[in-house]
Ligand binder design. Structure first.
Ligand code: BTN
Length: 261
């Protein structure tokens, strides 16, 4: 269980609730988006989720030791206009990656556009960002971070593609500390983004796992392949297809060449 009082005292979160069990923290945060009494950013966390959601129609599998929470923002009050939201989404993943590196300086942390965080070739964090239909300008950022997670009971297809900080290091981490460090870094990075003092392209390129690889991008039902050359400063994924650079702002991407060692 997370100590919400400490989170409020040590981060930019203004309200918080932590549940033993919820369907999905994103669903609860979307409900709160229309509640006039809520002060944002508000944190909604759960030790267990019975219907955790991933991107698209995916479910989010989790076990003990997975940190699962959503933060609801009022983006106009946060000071980020809509054209900044793609960078905000990528910046959230970058902040998770920086947090993991602070706890585990010797592991190869990577970023897979738009907002998956990998260690080596395996995913350790997924992020689901959703807009409220009923309260425009309110954004829910849902994060599932495998910290002390063990995968013995995971579906077979997940065991070969997922990892956790514990799996990579054998250590057990204080989830409270990881959450607070993440929130503090996030506040710092958001402030830098607002100040125009934040070179996302450079920061991302250090960790991008797709740069230099042949990728297949699926967007709006269409598939295209090409060589990924990284991201642009506005958050677009850059893919060179027959000599032309295509900028992708949405979709899913997967490398289709052999993984480098
Ligand atoms: C993905 O990788 O597809 C995104 C996974 C996001 C999972 C988190 S867990 C907390 C929050 N609540 C949800 O229902 N989903 C997100």
């Amino acid at each position: 269980m997370i100590n919400v009082e400490q989170v409020l005292a040590e981060s930019f979160i203004r309200q918080g609730q932590w549940h033993d069990s919820l369907g999905s923290t994103n669903n609860r945060a979307l409900e709160l988006a229309v509640d006039p009494l809520v002060q944002m950013p508000i944190l909604v966390g759960a030790t267990e989720q019975s219907a955790g959601r991933g991107r698209g129609s995916n479910r989010w599998w989790a076990a003990d030791g997975t940190l699962m929470f959503s933060v609801l923002f009022d983006m106009p009050s946060l000071g980020l206009p809509q054209f900044e939201w793609p960078r905000f989404s990528l910046g959230t993943a970058l902040t998770i990656a920086e947090t993991i590196e602070a706890f585990l300086p010797n592991v190869p942390v990577g970023l897979k556009w738009p907002n998956d965080v990998w260690i080596g070739n395996r995913k350790t964090c997924g992020i689901l960002i959703e807009q409220s239909d009923r309260a425009p300008g309110r954004l829910v950022v849902g994060i599932g971070l495998n910290i002390n997670t063990q995968f013995d009971a995971a579906p077979a297809e997940l065991r070969s593609i997922a990892t956790s900080l514990h799996t990579e290091s054998g250590q057990t981490f204080c989830m409270q500390q990881v959450l607070i460090q993440f929130l503090q870094r996030w506040e710092f990075n958001i402030a830098a983004q607002k100040a125009g003092d934040w070179d996302l392209e450079r920061l991302w390129s250090r960790l991008c796992v797709l740069s230099g690889r042949t990728v297949c991008v699926t967007a709006a039902g269409n598939e295209s392949t090409g060589l990924c050359t990284g991201i642009a400063n506005d958050g677009a994924l850059l893919v060179v297809d027959r000599g032309q650079t295509v900028r992708h702002y949405a979709g899913t991407v997967r490398p289709i060449d052999t993984a480098p060692d």
